[in-house]
Design a protein around this ligand. Structure first.
Ligand SMILES: [Zn+2]
Ligand SMILES: [Zn+2]
Length: 164
């Protein structure tokens, strides 16, 4: 929690902060996101004529399962965060609890909403064989590949056309 008592009571006041957060593992899109190292939120809160504004830089990384092969995949994030604090007369933004806000929770929500659809262990991950489940990054299997099946289907079609 970030206590804003000095900012709330003083117009024009600027409060600088640098915080680290270590959220619990998060269930997300069928996988688990693990924050093995805390992420950092560095910035300031400003009282602008009664509006309380937050500007921060967010940096960190998380681990999850590769969307293709299921191995560990790391995702690094770094972005600018801006929000307002909801208080008397200002209804949008982060909820004020007493004089404090749950900045870590709000930033975590932003991290989750900006995650790519699929996180991979490496950009060219070969994934699992759809037939036998072998991890094709580490091994090759003897299953006919899906691609050669597709080529075979095309050839058959061509042959049929020739016969007609
Ligand atoms: Zn992978
Ligand atoms: Zn296979």
């Amino acid at each position: 929690m970030l206590d804003l008592i000095d900012v709330l009571n003083n117009e024009g006041c600027l409060y600088k902060f640098s915080k680290e957060y270590s959220p619990e593992p998060q269930e997300f899109m069928g996988g688990t996101l693990r924050f093995e190292e805390p992420f950092t939120v560095t910035g300031h809160v400003k009282n602008m004529q009664g509006a309380i504004e937050i500007f921060a830089n967010v940096k960190g990384s998380l681990k999850t399962e590769c969307a293709r092969c299921g191995d560990d995949a790391r995702y690094c994030f770094s972005f600018e965060y801006f929000d307002e604090v909801a208080h008397e007369g200002y209804e949008d933004g982060i909820e004020l609890i007493g004089t404090k806000i749950d900045l870590g929770g709000a930033v975590l929500g932003e991290i989750l909403s900006n995650l790519p659809m699929s996180i991979l262990c490496k950009p060219d991950c070969k994934g699992l064989c759809p037939k036998c489940g072998a991890n094709l990054n580490n091994t090759t299997c003897n299953c006919p590949s899906v691609e050669s099946d597709a080529v075979w289907e095309k050839l058959k079609l061509l042959n049929l056309k020739d016969e007609v």
